[in-house]
Design a protein around this ligand. Structure first.
Ligand code: GRG
Length: 311
């Protein structure tokens, strides 16, 4: 059984709407127990960056992978919101003048343009920290051992050995710490960088479903394999969009990678071979789902969506 593209879009839309409603509630003005106060400008900036659009593909992947194990939706939505907070923080910090220096994100001014650098930095810090608050709450799972597993996996995906480490490798590759001379990365080095910078959060999204569902080791490994394949596919699709897309559709600057002389898989393989690689990764993702049978058809559709997205 396959899910039609329309069914996939409607499920993505429904998770996006539920995630936004949850984020809206979580980022209310009233402080939580243990917090002293929520400064208004900081809260506004956190809300600006986490409620201002975005496809919500990461929360969708958490919910869809958790659905394989019949995890109650409110739990997977909470885990998805925690992950989305980390994703939004990464975009805020990535756009800062000290990083990519971008003016446009999701079709609107970036956080430091809409507010100021200090507020943008603090809103990213607060979203990152808040994610771990959410991931540790008993509503996410009654068993504390499951919550610790989730928190640790999230930390490892976001930190030095995951996204933040990948961003560091990316800046180094641009020549940031070597007098502006870009590093010539080989394919293996590019794949490591991308697995960390972009892949780690996508892989975590799928792993989170397995953790919440207390999956067997084999089921967990299958979802990790799926998550790794879609992470690679996501990045190649992103690189292709940078080459072939336009800023209006993307809602952010296009052609930045080529202008920065960035090493990408598309740059190494060329566009036609990169498209073949992308198709092979979608097949790899689908084959990883085999142990779940028809239950996983929505995740198969997600792999297709990630590879063929246009924004
Ligand atoms: C600053 C610690 C730190 C990390 C930044 C992920 C990242 C690392 C930077 C983002 C730069 C970028 C554009 C990477 C390409 C892949 C990517 C994460 C695209 C944006 O994700 P989407 O397409 O965005 O899921 P939406 O807006 O739909 O949420």
């Amino acid at each position: 059984m396959t899910v039609s593209g329309d069914a996939f879009s409607s499920q993505l839309g429904s998770v996006a709407a539920d995630t936004e409603a949850l984020i809206n509630t979580l980022l209310a003005p009233n402080p939580c127990v243990g917090e002293i106060a929520r400064p208004q400008r900081l809260l506004e900036a956190m809300r600006y960056s986490s409620l201002g659009g975005g496809k919500r593909i990461r929360p969708f992947l958490v919910v869809a992978s958790a659905d394989l194990f019949a995890v109650p939706r409110q739990r997977s939505l909470m885990a998805g919101a925690a992950l989305e907070f980390i994703h939004c923080y990464s975009l805020i910090h990535d756009d800062l003048p000290a990083m990519d220096n971008d003016d446009l994100r999701r079709g609107r001014p970036t956080a430091h343009k809409a507010f100021d650098d200090a507020t943008a930095i603090l809103s990213g810090d607060s979203l990152l920290t808040f994610a771990f608050d959410i991931a540790s709450r008993p509503e996410i799972h009654p068993d504390a051992a499951v919550r610790i597993d989730l928190v640790r996996a999230l930390a490892r995906a976001a930190g030095i050995g995951g996204m933040a480490g990948g961003q560091m490798l990316d800046l180094a590759a641009e020549g940031r710490f070597s007098g502006g001379r870009p590093q010539a990365l080989d394919e293996a080095a590019i794949l490591t960088l991308q697995a960390m910078k972009t892949g780690a959060l996508l892989r975590f999204a799928c792993l989170a479903g397995a953790i919440l569902g207390q999956a067997t080791a084999n089921e967990r490994a299958a979802l990790e394999r799926y998550g790794e394949a879609i992470g690679k596919a996501f990045q190649i699709a992103d690189d292709l969009l940078d080459v072939e897309g336009d800023s209006a559709t993307l809602g952010k600057a296009a052609h930045k990678d080529a202008e920065a002389g960035k090493a990408t898989i598309v740059g190494i393989l060329g566009v036609p071979a990169a498209k073949e690689r992308l198709a092979a990764l979608v097949d790899e993702a689908k084959s990883a789902l085999r142990p779940f049978g028809a239950k996983a058809s929505i995740l198969a559709e997600a792999a297709q969506f990630i590879a063929s997205r246009n924004a």
